[in-house]
Design a protein around this ligand. Structure first.
Ligand SMILES: *Cc1c(COP(=O)(O)O)cnc(C)c1O
Length: 455
């Protein structure tokens, strides 16, 4: 499979390059030149597979000669052997909808599903090619923990994680900062998540710096993450065994829901993709009204979605604007000056696949409470946004992605149902161990300096 960038469709590149570089030289995002589309018969065959085999059959379409089939199979097995569910995810039914629990990996959020695989891809590649890299990643809370768990202790890799200081939950922070491995560095940036993301983007686009440390990224723009995430759309659709299923996706950076869109483009007959946001609702405004204007990021009880500029949206814009790179470049510039509006005809196209809703803080708390009273299931604030969006839109036959374990957000849970959600026993240790992180101002030079001094 060849890859191109949203800002340069003339230059073809390989999975290896896409995986290691993350962002194209022009600042665009990588996408496959062409996607495989499964027909009815092929889908029927895929529907018989268990999670790992299904993952193998989907992921192998994207990895080209990065690794052979035997190694891919092994790495998938290795990645999912430390999940608490044999088939990685768990599906439960309530009323006319379903909850898809994606948080049974080591750091209790859906991000483990892609990240464990990526960690093993890196290890395989670096060992084979005798190379060393530095991963730098921004996190709104869950990416960092998932990335650290996937990378810690691995040879030839250092990982630097930038999180917004005092703006993530203490469980989220402890899952990152209690790691003792010498290849892990935690940076608490005095700013918000968008600041952290901008710092990482700036380091990437400084080619001299990026090359000098062999910089690589695992943020949700990393194509391998998207691919790993398409698997559970297929798997849950097949398990439920019904037609016209929709998915409700708690959305921040538009990575997870974009994976659903890719599954749909690959032939999975998904009805609608519901983009569910918190009060940082730029994507809701964009999808419902065409209004893609960012405002200041507000801190909410669903911190992993406290984002204004959703990086992966560029990939969708590329499709929407007829794969026209010049147009995409212009749009990305107008997004920078906050003057972009989606044209009416394009908005109609967008709404064929997507609908959206947003929940404010009160609605999130009420949804957690109501869901607990009706179903005796505790959902985390992010999942509650997915549930609440479906309720507001009055839809049925929806799979709601449950993106994190409720114990990661004890304050919100206690507020909603006066119950303390405990960590699974295997993770209790984070409460006793000493934390290690460095507070750094929102200053590109200071961050670069820190990285250079550390490696
Ligand atoms: C990262 C995250 C999200 C948002 O996912 P995106 O791919 O950024 O849209 C939602 N919920 C939780 C718990 C997360 O960690």
């Amino acid at each position: 499979m060849n890859y191109i960038s949203t800002r340069n469709s003339g230059k073809k590149t390989s999975f290896e390059h896409v995986f290691l570089k993350g962002l194209s030289e022009e600042g665009g995002l990588f996408i496959p030149e062409k996607l495989k589309k499964f027909d009815y018969k092929e889908l029927k065959e895929l529907s018989k597979l268990d999670y790992r085999n299904l993952a193998f059959h989907i992921i192998k379409l994207f990895t080209g000669n990065f690794l052979d089939e035997k190694n891919l199979k092994n790495l998938i097995d290795k990645s999912y052997s430390n999940f608490r569910e044999e088939n990685v995810v768990k599906i439960s039914k309530f009323n006319h909808n379903h909850i898809l629990e994606l948080y049974h990996g080591p750091t209790l959020a859906f991000k483990d599903i892609a990240m464990q695989l990526i960690g093993n891809f890196y290890e395989y590649y670096l060992q084979k090619n005798n190379k060393k890299i530095s991963i730098i990643v921004a996190t709104s809370g869950d990416t960092g923990a998932a990335a650290i768990d996937a990378i810690r202790g691995k040879k030839n890799i250092n990982i630097f994680v930038l999180h917004p200081h005092n703006k993530i939950s203490s469980v989220q922070r402890k899952l990152m900062t209690t790691t003792r491995d010498a290849n892990v560095y935690n940076l608490a940036i005095e700013g918000n998540f968008d600041d952290c993301q901008n710092l990482v983007k700036s380091m990437f686009s400084d080619i001299t710096f990026a090359n000098s440390i062999n910089m690589s990224g695992v943020n949700s723009i990393n194509w391998a993450r998207i691919v790993a995430q398409t698997v559970y759309y297929f798997y849950s659709y097949f398990q439920i065994g019904k037609q016209n299923i929709s998915f409700s996706v708690p959305t921040g950076n538009f990575g997870d829901v974009y994976a659903g869109y890719i599954a749909k483009k690959m032939g999975l007959p998904i009805s609608k993709l519901i983009v569910a946001t918190n009060q940082n609702d730029i994507l809701h405004r964009a999808i419902s009204k065409g209004d893609y204007k960012s405002s200041k990021v507000q801190e909410t009880i669903s911190p992993s979605m406290d984002i204004q500029v959703a990086s992966n949206f560029e990939r969708l814009l590329y499709d929407l604007y007829d794969k026209n790179c010049e147009k995409v470049k212009n749009i990305m510039n107008s997004i920078k000056d906050n003057s972009f509006k989606i044209d009416q005809d394009k908005l109609k196209d967008l709404q064929i696949d997507f609908v959206s809703e947003s929940l404010n803080e009160n609605e999130i708390i009420t949804t957690i409470k109501k869901f607990y009273e009706e179903n005796k299931i505790v959902i985390d604030p992010h999942t509650a946004i997915g549930v609440g969006a479906v309720e507001k839109l009055n839809l049925s036959d929806v799979v709601i992605l449950s993106t994190a374990h409720p114990c990661k957000f004890p304050v919100a849970i206690e507020k909603a149902i006066s119950k303390i959600e405990k960590l699974p026993e295997s993770l209790n240790y984070v409460n006793d161990k000493e934390e290690k992180f460095d507070v750094i101002s929102n200053d590109l030079e200071k961050v670069k300096d820190y990285v250079l001094r550390s490696i």
